[in-house]
Design a binder for this molecule. Structure first.
Ligand code: ZN
Length: 500
């Protein structure tokens, strides 16, 4: 490594350490902090975040970055050196393009809108949130102009979460996916409904918890480098590749919630744990874009943990935990129940077939809000019309409709597509794994998940955050992100489950 890049990396370790310290505080806030601890906590978080931002956007960083850029100019795009500098430049531009006065204005508006949204959702009163959403849309339009774009303001916002993807590409991908999904959902809806009533019996939450620990071990999560705790909204957080923590939640009458949220977060964690040591304490450490991260969590959650072979191994164990509830339920009945497809109103509770339809609604509305084609006052109507069209159901209230997600109240537009990109890439990656690993799924029925994990380490995790989604898919699989593998996977799986 050249001297200048070394100087840049050394300088940025302070930013990385400050961010890690902030992450510990965030994690503790969600997991252990007493109710009354919010104020001093947010002060400390604000101080650390500001310090990290000041160091990162300083003139020192700018000149070290420029010097390093000159130094790596002739190196291969894929080299660690060129990649470090490229990733640093991307983050630096993102953080320095927004005027400080704008950032302050935005963060004040967001705290107001978040509080207004919580009340509006509780009272099922969209008009109480409407002026705040209008302000959020105006601010995000302004933000897009600072960040810059050529085709669509949505491009600028999307770049913050999924660099390398454009709005036009997403429109094409979503169009392809929608064309396959909408008829599939209709065909399934015409079949007899699946009985999953046994999943609504009471399941002891401590036993659920013990079972999730066993699942985490089973997929290869390393408890010497992590731990699981309870949180209302499960998440994964990391402090380097030797301390990656997950959270889950248990509902007494919904055991599948803990099971799949644990495996989902476990998938995120395996990605972070697989980040190579040589990237530690640099900007290349850890998982890459949100879409790639979601591809890892979804792959373990859906392709692996919702498959029949996986339950060949785990179902007898689960039955032994819950003999009264599951003793007389066959494995195939259980497998059908955990894969039940049902158009529903709430995105976070959606099954893997209908999930992406929820994303299309949000993507389309966000886009037309930014261009002004859609007025904020028309959001409930436009929302409901699309739910009717894509899912065949109409929300009875805005609380279960356009007020359900927290994202807009936090001023976040351009984020939702990353969920679907993750689903698309998970299917592409898994299809390749099936081709390359002999007997992959038969292995699950003996509790063997290591071959898959090792393969993911070799093809995805080893890159840390060097590449964007499209760059990684091209390098590892010689392909672009596409809708066909996900459609093929869903069509095959659900044709069998629903006898289509
Ligand atoms: Zn996730």
């Amino acid at each position: 490594m050249g001297q200048r890049l070394e100087a840049l990396n050394e300088h940025l370790t302070r930013v990385i350490d400050l961010r890690r310290a902030t992450s510990v505080l965030d994690w503790d806030q969600e997991v252990y902090m007493p109710e009354e601890g919010a104020e001093p906590r947010s002060q400390a978080q604000a101080t650390l975040t500001t310090m990290a931002h000041e160091i990162f956007t300083s003139d020192t960083t700018r000149s070290l970055l420029e010097a390093a850029e000159a130094e790596v100019a002739d190196l291969d795009f894929d080299s660690n050196e060129a990649s470090t500098v490229r990733v640093a430049r991307r983050h630096f531009d993102q953080e320095t393009k927004l005027p400080t006065a704008f950032v302050t204005r935005e963060s004040k508006a967001i705290s107001r809108s978040f509080m207004a949204w919580r009340k509006a959702r509780e009272a099922d009163n969209f008009s109480a949130f409407e002026p705040h959403l209008r302000e959020v849309v105006e601010l995000q339009t302004e933000k897009a102009s600072y960040l810059g774009y050529t085709d669509h303001p949505y491009d600028a916002l999307l770049q913050q979460f999924e660099p390398g993807m454009t709005t036009a590409q997403i429109e094409t991908l979503f169009g392809d996916l929608k064309a396959g999904l909408v008829p599939l959902v209709k065909e399934i809806a015409a079949r007899p409904s699946v009985d999953d009533s046994f999943l609504s019996l009471p399941y002891d939450t401590q036993k659920q918890w013990d079972f999730t620990l066993l699942l985490l071990r089973g997929i290869g999560y390393d408890f010497r480098r992590g731990r699981q705790d309870r949180a209302a909204h499960p998440f994964t957080t990391q402090f380097g590749n030797t301390d990656v923590r997950v959270t889950t939640r248990t509902h007494e009458t919904m055991p599948q919630s803990a099971i799949f949220s644990t495996v989902h977060e476990g998938g995120h964690a395996l990605y972070e744990l697989g980040s190579p040591d040589k990237f530690e304490r640099t900007l290349l450490a850890g998982g890459s874009t949100l879409g790639l991260h979601e591809s890892q969590s979804r792959l373990w959650e859906n392709q692996v943990a919702r498959s029949l072979p996986f339950w060949h191994y785990y179902y007898p164990i689960l039955q032994a935990f819950f003999p009264q509830q599951l003793g007389n339920v066959s494995m195939t009945t259980f497998h059908r129940a955990i894969n039940k497809v049902e158009p529903s109103l709430i995105r976070v509770e959606a099954d893997e077939v209908t999930y992406n339809l929820h994303i299309f609604v949000r993507f389309e509305l966000e886009k037309s809000l930014l261009t002004g084609e859609l007025k904020v006052s028309e959001v409930p109507e436009a929302w409901n019309a699309r739910y009717k069209e894509y899912l065949g159901i109409t929300p009875p209230s805005d609380a279960d409709g356009c007020l359900q997600d927290v994202h807009w109240s936090h001023g976040i537009l351009g984020y939702f597509p990353t969920y679907t990109l993750g689903n698309l890439m998970s299917a592409q990656i898994y299809a390749r794994a099936l081709q390359e690993i002999p007997g992959l799924e038969e292995g699950y029925s003996r509790g063997e998940c290591a071959p898959l994990l090792n393969w993911l380490r070799e093809h995805i995790h080893k890159h840390g955050s060097k590449f964007t989604g499209p760059e990684l898919m091209q390098r590892e699989f010689g392909t672009q992100i596409s809708a066909q593998p996900l459609l093929a996977y869903l069509r095959a799986k659900y044709s069998e489950l629903y006898d289509l």
